[in-house]
Design a protein around this ligand. Structure first.
Ligand code: NAP
Length: 284
């Protein structure tokens, strides 16, 4: 496994396993399979509602807690200083751990300043090793960097060959915040796995499109999390450290950008309303 070193010296595995949209009843087995394949970084969130199952699988694996790099994300309804701190205690209980490696603020709306201060204070107590944000675009990220006492360690945003987010990545590099990709495979949409230019690059190295994408992210200095419930795909996605893309390969992938998100532009009024409705309708 390769690692990225965060701006506070903490080492984070370059590739992780995400449990978004894995049904509760499948999560324990999926995580046990991923551990067997070699994954040590696991990415969940309060809103995924499978923190308990992830915690159970890590325990069942029998491996020491320090082997794992465990990330969760604070959901919007838990923003605000006190609520965020209380929610982290609940997450740790569900995950059966007394510390978290990385905690992210899931969305850039509401009282994220209060929530961020709560994370930074918990970090000072040693309960959180690294703090960060998710879906923060350059304006919000630079705002947080400028007006809080601590630069976040990570910003996890959607990045894939059809949404390369070059400006956001450059901004993160300038702010000394590690970029982490979610949805590296665009959740399998837009025929990404059969996109001819990606297939062609893979053929040069006897690698799959999935492997080409994860390698492209790694060589751009971007950490990633990918999801599969199939063990053979987990293994495929993990095997990206035995080949290297050329600068030309990388340049041609950069040209695949369509500048369109899978879901929404977080900078719009519609996005704010959507998340507000989401919180109200789901009651979490
Ligand atoms: P993704 O990893 O881009 O794509 C997952 C899809 O690709 C699944 O349908 C999976 O199907 C398929 N797949 C995986 N490996 C494959 C392979 N080698 N060949 C063919 N198909 C393959 O999507 P994601 O789950 O949305 O993103 C990954 C992680 O990022 C999440 O699990 C979560 O931890 C994180 N995330 C964060 C946010 C955020 O707001 N911060 C948002 C979304 C996701 P099978 O399972 O059937 O193999």
């Amino acid at each position: 496994m390769e690692y990225f070193t965060l701006n506070n010296g903490v080492k984070m595995p370059a590739i992780g396993f995400g449990v978004f949209q894995i049904p509760k009843e499948e999560t324990v087995q999926a995580v046990l399979d991923a551990i067997e394949v070699g994954y040590r970084k696991f990415d969940t969130a309060q809103s995924y509602q499978n923190e308990e199952e992830l915690g159970q699988a890590l325990k069942e694996s029998g491996l020491p807690r320090e082997e794992f790099f465990l990330t969760t994300k604070v959901w919007l309804s838990n923003y605000g200083y006190e609520k965020t701190q209380a929610s982290i205690e609940i997450s740790m209980k569900k995950l059966q751990t007394d510390y978290l490696d990385l905690v992210l603020l899931h969305q850039p709306f509401g009282d994220y300043y209060g929530a961020y201060r709560a994370l930074v204070d918990l970090q000072k107590t040693g309960k959180i090793r690294a703090v960060g944000v998710s879906n923060f675009y350059p304006d919000r990220l630079s705002d947080l960097v400028a007006f809080s006492d601590q630069v976040p360690q990570v910003n996890q945003i959607e990045i894939n060959p059809f949404f390369i987010q070059e400006d956001a990545v450059q901004n993160m590099n300038a702010e000394n915040v590690l970029a982490e990709s979610w949805g590296p495979f665009r959740e399998g949409r837009d025929q990404i796995f059969t996109h001819p230019p990606l297939v062609e690059i893979g053929q040069k190295y006897q690698k799959s499109v999935a492997q080409v994408i994860l390698r492209w992210l790694f060589q751009r200095g971007i950490a990633s999390n990918c999801k599969s419930v199939k063990k053979e795909r987990m293994a495929e996605n993990f095997a990206i450290f035995d080949f290297a893309l050329t600068e030309d390969d990388i340049a041609s992938i950069q040209e695949m950008d369509t500048d369109t998100s899978l879901f929404m532009d977080h900078r719009t009024v519609e996005a704010v309303k959507l998340f507000k409705d989401f919180v109200e309708s789901r009651g979490i």
